[in-house]
Ligand binder design. Structure first.
Ligand SMILES: CC(C)(COP(=O)(O)OP(=O)(O)OC[C@H]1O[C@@H](n2cnc3c(N)ncnc32)[C@H](O)[C@@H]1OP(=O)(O)O)[C@@H](O)C(=O)NCCC(=O)NCCS
Length: 203
């Protein structure tokens, strides 16, 4: 499957697509807003390096990163990065084909602050989970600061499970050591529980 055959995807209100240069410039109009960077690990970005990193990722089969468009305006991003899960047989002759190879996705999302609180991140996350499990992944995980309530609410609304509460496991540049959460969902759980309200159409 090529990256271009996977997109665009539509949610009830959004189109998710591989960004053009203009789309990336639209993201940059809000990407460094303090309401966005407050809980991000990658805080303020340098526009040129950020743009180059996105363009480099376009050819990376393990990086599925898209923008979300509402009424012609780029209002969010979503990403799934594919990696090996934990597994036995690393030195076996068939190690490259074992089930844990490229079995896990790491989810990311962010939204233009002018449209926070309207359920749009929930649509982006649902579409990224749909993509991940269409790709055949076994499991998707994401982490967040425990105080980023909007973020973990979005994951819970999409059926993800809190699997770890790490006490002071996450360092914040202004607040120091804070608690973090890890969330996850399995392919079969998503198929059984994908919220109807966030149904995704492809093509
Ligand atoms: C986190 C983020 C993606 C949420 O986007 P959003 O579009 O506002 O999310 P939604 O509207 O889909 O859902 C947010 C939920 O959290 C709730 N929420 C948000 N802030 C809250 C708070 N301080 N206290 C209680 N609930 C809160 C909302 O009420 C909503 O839940 P509900 O639908 O049950 O009422 C967005 O704020 C964002 O992009 N933040 C900056 C980047 C970021 O933090 N990304 C995640 C990194 S882990």
């Amino acid at each position: 499957m090529t990256e271009h055959s996977l997109w665009p995807r539509r949610t009830p209100r959004l189109e998710l697509r591989i960004p053009s240069l203009d789309d990336l410039d639209q993201v940059l109009t809000w990407r460094n807003d303090p309401a966005v960077t407050r809980w991000m690990l990658s805080t303020t970005v340098d526009p040129d390096s950020w743009r180059s990193a996105w363009l480099a990722g376009a050819d990376d089969p393990f990086d599925h990163s898209v923008v979300a468009v509402l009424h012609g305006r780029v209002i969010g991003t979503g990403s799934i990065e594919v990696a090996d899960a934990m597994g036995q047989g690393m030195r076996a002759p068939n190690a490259a084909d074992l089930p844990w190879r490229s079995a896990q996705g790491s989810l990311g999302y962010l939204l233009d602050p002018t449209v926070h609180g309207r359920g749009l991140a929930t649509e982006i996350v649902a579409a990224m989970l749909d993509l991940a499990f269409d790709l055949g992944l076994h499991r998707v995980t994401a982490g967040c600061f425990a105080d980023n309530i909007g973020s973990w609410r979005v994951m819970e609304k999409c059926g993800m499970r809190r699997e770890q509460h790490g006490v002071q496991d996450s360092w914040h540049a202004e607040m120091g050591w804070l608690d973090g959460y890890t969330y996850a969902i399995l392919a079969e759980e998503w198929r059984a529980a994908a919220p109807a309200a966030t149904a995704v159409r492809t093509g």
